[in-house]
Design a protein around this ligand. Structure first.
Ligand code: ZN
Length: 452
């Protein structure tokens, strides 16, 4: 018998954890951390402790208590007994935390299957942050592969999303094919990849489709540009004669490489150097090894400089910085240099780095290009704080963003073409709305099992 069980990503955007069983074969589709994980109990610096493994998560049912899944050391202080693994693999669609973030709790004996690009993002994240994804036997794939795991065959097909290396899946089970979209969009610069996935999905006449539905919402009225329109918007700001002698400040999703490429191209196009964070420079040194991504080398490319925030000694001493930050010290640009010749640079300042504005003191009217979802600035307290900073320094707020997710209308069209017998919506706050898009849409209940 083939069954599905949804342990995360149910009625919320992110945190996908979907269990697929075919006879004795049991695999997980993604093992993500939900954005709201524990938000009722943990906030700010009040966070689950790192040293207690799963104890602080189980206390509030933030992760499913499942036998044969977790690493022995993570279970140490909990009542769940460690047992030999009962799962054959974890399949990761892409490197966003809401799809991969809880992998660190999983038993290292359970193999992990993911795209070659995703693996690079995961390595970079482990090297430059506290995120621990754990030791696992990794099997990396590229589009078009066919991977046998027990009774099932998994075919990853690349899709376009706001991070490179994202995949959707056609999964052949003993009772027919299942489609899992991961996260995807059809309006992005690599729309042809998503098109390939949709075509392949339609071809197999699937029994079921597990689909993301981030933008299936009654009020999806947020700005949604294409990546090309974003690029044109950035170029417009660069070309504005009022800004010729001003700094250009920008912020974007740190791992959205399409966006980074656009800022880089715009900066080059108006004879500015792009000034990135050390973390971005480090990520680029990893990603340039993937020739499909066509990204600049932060060490060799003279158009790239690196902004180091002052730490410890306060005087940019090499020993102030982590080892992974040091390879780019030669490319350092200081606030003093940016102030001397602001028209020669385009600088990345993210939310937690807003304090740098106090040192930079940009001329009033300096553009601040906010190239992320407005969701953040609309809903959260941080949004108000961001607006206060922008207004305090008299910056010109420019909102330019292309979503990483397929629109409701385009998703309805994709479902129509794929013609699955059943649709299981995940990664959406409004699963019930899928009933208007498909006759047999099943908004999953968390933890409940569904036969195919
Ligand atoms: Zn994603």
């Amino acid at each position: 018998m083939v069954g599905l069980r949804f342990l995360g990503g149910v009625g919320e955007v992110g945190g996908n954890k979907i269990l697929l069983e075919d006879g004795d074969t049991r695999v997980w589709l993604d093992f993500g951390k939900s954005f709201t994980c524990g938000a009722d109990y943990y906030t700010g610096y009040l966070a689950p402790r790192g040293i207690t493994g799963l104890k602080d998560y189980f206390e509030f049912d933030l992760l499913p208590k499942v036998e044969g899944l977790y690493a022995e050391e993570m279970l140490g202080e909990t009542e769940l007994k460690y047992g030999e693994p009962k799962f054959d693999g974890i399949i990761i669609s892409h490197a966003h935390g809401d799809h991969v973030g809880h992998l660190g709790f999983v038993d290292p004996k359970i193999p992990v299957y993911t795209g070659a690009g995703t693996k690079l993002f995961m390595e970079a994240s482990e090297e430059t942050s506290q995120n621990r994804l754990g030791e696992h036997a990794y099997h990396t794939f590229r589009t078009g592969a066919r991977i046998s795991i027990g009774a099932i065959d998994v075919c990853p097909i690349h899709v376009d999303h706001s991070i490179p290396g994202a995949y959707g899946f056609v999964i052949y089970t003993s009772e027919g094919a299942i489609i899992y979209t991961g996260d995807m969009r059809t309006h992005g610069p690599k729309a042809d990849m998503t098109e390939e996935f949709i075509e392949a999905a339609a071809e197999v006449k699937p029994r079921a489709m597990i689909t993301e539905g981030t933008r299936v919402a009654p009020d999806d009225h947020r700005q949604n540009l294409s990546e090309q329109q974003v690029a044109a918007g950035i170029a417009r700001v660069c070309g504005d004669p009022h800004h010729k002698k001003r700094l250009i400040i920008y912020t974007h999703g740190p791992r959205d490489m399409d966006r980074l490429r656009n800022f880089y191209a715009a900066a080059t196009g108006c004879d500015r150097k792009i000034v990135v964070a050390p973390k971005t420079a480090h990520l680029l040194t990893k990603l340039i090894h993937d020739e499909h991504l066509d990204l600049p080398d932060p060490i060799k490319d003279d158009g790239i400089a690196v902004y180091y925030r002052r730490k410890k000694s306060g005087s940019y001493d090499e020993s102030d910085y982590f080892r992974w930050e040091r390879p780019f010290l030669d490319k350092m640009i200081t606030p003093a240099e940016l102030k001397r010749e602001p028209g020669a640079y385009m600088v990345n300042i993210d939310f937690t780095g807003l304090t740098e504005l106090i040192d930079l003191r940009p001329e009033r009217g300096t553009p601040f290009i906010y190239s992320m979802s407005e969701h953040f600035s609309e809903d959260e307290a941080e949004g108000t704080v961001l607006k206060n900073w922008i207004s305090h320094f008299g910056l010109e707020h420019v909102q330019l963003h292309a979503s990483g997710h397929i629109s409701r209308g385009e998703l309805a069209e994709a479902i129509e073409r794929i013609r699955p017998k059943k649709v299981f919506p995940v990664h959406t706050e409004h699963p019930e709305m899928f009933k208007r898009m498909h006759d047999n849409a099943v908004p999953p209940v968390k933890g409940k099992g569904y036969a195919l």
